[in-house]
Design a protein around this ligand. Structure first.
Ligand code: GDP
Ligand code: MN
Length: 382
């Protein structure tokens, strides 16, 4: 679950990471009121979208008085930044920047450790720094059992060659950032830029936070973040039906049971030259209700030209799956042709049921590869 900058800053603040005072606004009047409440000039009006490079896109503006706040908020609200419409702005007291740094923690799965990255070259995309000057990124791997202590953080900051005047402040921020990352169950916390102000303070000017959605039971307050999630329409519809769905750009709609099988299905469709329209895992029960819901979600995607249903019967038997599909088709008006691969428990019985309903638009194939080929061919032909 990705947070907006303003939420990331609220999250940081609860762990003691210094951020500028500010307020979120969804209208121009609210933005003006927010600036009035801040009461210190200038302020910065910042577009709240979950994509980087807002500054370059014109989504971040300094305002010296209320008229300028009005002008910038008018321009920024409703603006499109890389396909994201700006629905909120964050207005905060402006900072006098001396230097811009980069700091983050994320999980290094292969090392089974947390990876911290710190660079004196902040304010630009870290990927660009990694490309042009990889030596400018100081990395540490933190064993989750040991945690991060002050001496280690200090050595890390020294290795990154920040301004010596920033050392104490940076150590404090990094210790707090690590705590936020671990205790907050985040997958990623990134501050870019982390700034040294002209007054010698170290301060988070931006916040990128991705929380582990599976930890919501430990953090009831995260429901508020969940409510503002930017989801594509297809994902919202699927989410409402309790389906695990990720929208993709292609034309072959995919329904599978189990996340592993769904991923393999996405892979095999790509492998035979097709482009998957989505990932959709219907989970364990492939009954008519679940199948109808899944078909509805896929059917509402105008890019879908064929549908590949890939089911491996386990506890749910083949004939139940087949009956589920047939019943679901009776309930939902499906436009795209469907290719089904049914295997596993009682697959024979299931296929016999499907055979009775086979047509130009309902095709059963015995293997995943054949089914993928058929679905890709059908998508290409429409
Ligand atoms: P991003 O481009 O989407 O990552 O947005 P950021 O929040 O990182 O801001 C981009 C850049 O705008 C920063 O690197 C700063 O150079 C500038 N900026 C943001 N806030 C302030 C501020 O309060 N004062 C000044 N002077 N510059 C700012
Ligand atoms: Mn940034």
């Amino acid at each position: 679950m990705d947070l907006f900058e303003y939420q990331g800053k609220q999250f940081f603040a609860t762990y003691g990471i210094p951020v500028s005072p500010g307020d979120v606004a969804t209208t121009v009047d609210e933005a003006v009121a927010a600036a009035e409440r801040i009461g210190a000039w200038p302020v910065v009006v910042k577009a709240q979208v979950q994509v980087g490079g807002r500054g370059k896109a014109g989504g971040i503006k300094l305002a010296g008085d209320l008229d300028e706040v009005r002008e910038h908020a008018t321009n920024i609200l409703g603006m499109d930044i890389k396909g994201h419409t700006v629905e909120r702005v964050w207005v905060e007291e402006a900072t006098d920047i001396a230097e811009e740094y980069y700091a983050s923690f994320t999980l290094d799965r292969s090392a089974k450790k947390h990876l911290g990255m710190l660079s004196a070259e902040g304010g630009v995309e870290i990927e660009a720094v990694a490309e042009s000057n990889p030596g400018a990124i100081a990395k540490i791997w933190v064993d989750p059992v040991d945690g991060l202590d002050e001496a280690t953080a200090r050595a890390w900051v020294e290795e990154a060659k920040l301004n010596p005047g920033a050392t104490d402040g940076a150590v404090e921020v990094l210790l707090a950032l690590y705590r936020a990352y671990v205790e907050g169950d985040a997958d990623l916390v990134e501050i870019n830029p982390l700034v040294l102000t002209t007054r010698g303070q170290v301060h988070a000017l931006d916040a990128k936070v991705s929380l582990d959605g599976n930890s919501e039971f430990r953090h009831p307050e995260y429901a508020e973040y969940d409510a503002t999630q930017e989801r594509d329409e297809r994902e919202t519809a699927a989410h409402d039906k309790g389906l695990q769905y990720v929208g993709l750009e292609g034309t072959v709609g995919i329904i599978a049971n189990g996340a592993g099988l769904a991923m393999s299905t996405v892979d095999i469709v790509s492998q035979v030259g097709g482009r998957p329209a989505n990932f959709l895992d219907i989970g364990g029960g492939a009954n008519a209700d679940v199948m109808a819901g899944a078909l509805e979600v896929i059917n509402n995607d105008p890019d879908v030209k064929s549908i590949f249903i890939n089911i491996f019967g386990g506890i749910t038997k083949g004939e139940e799956v087949a009956n589920g599909i047939v019943q679901a088709m009776g309930r939902v008006q499906i436009d795209a042709p469907i290719v089904i691969r049914l295997d596993g428990t009682n697959a024979e019985q299931g296929r016999a049921i499907l055979a009775d309903h086979e047509s130009d638009t309902l095709i059963s194939k015995p293997t995943m590869l054949e089914a993928a080929r058929a679905a890709v061919e059908l998508a290409a032909g429409r």
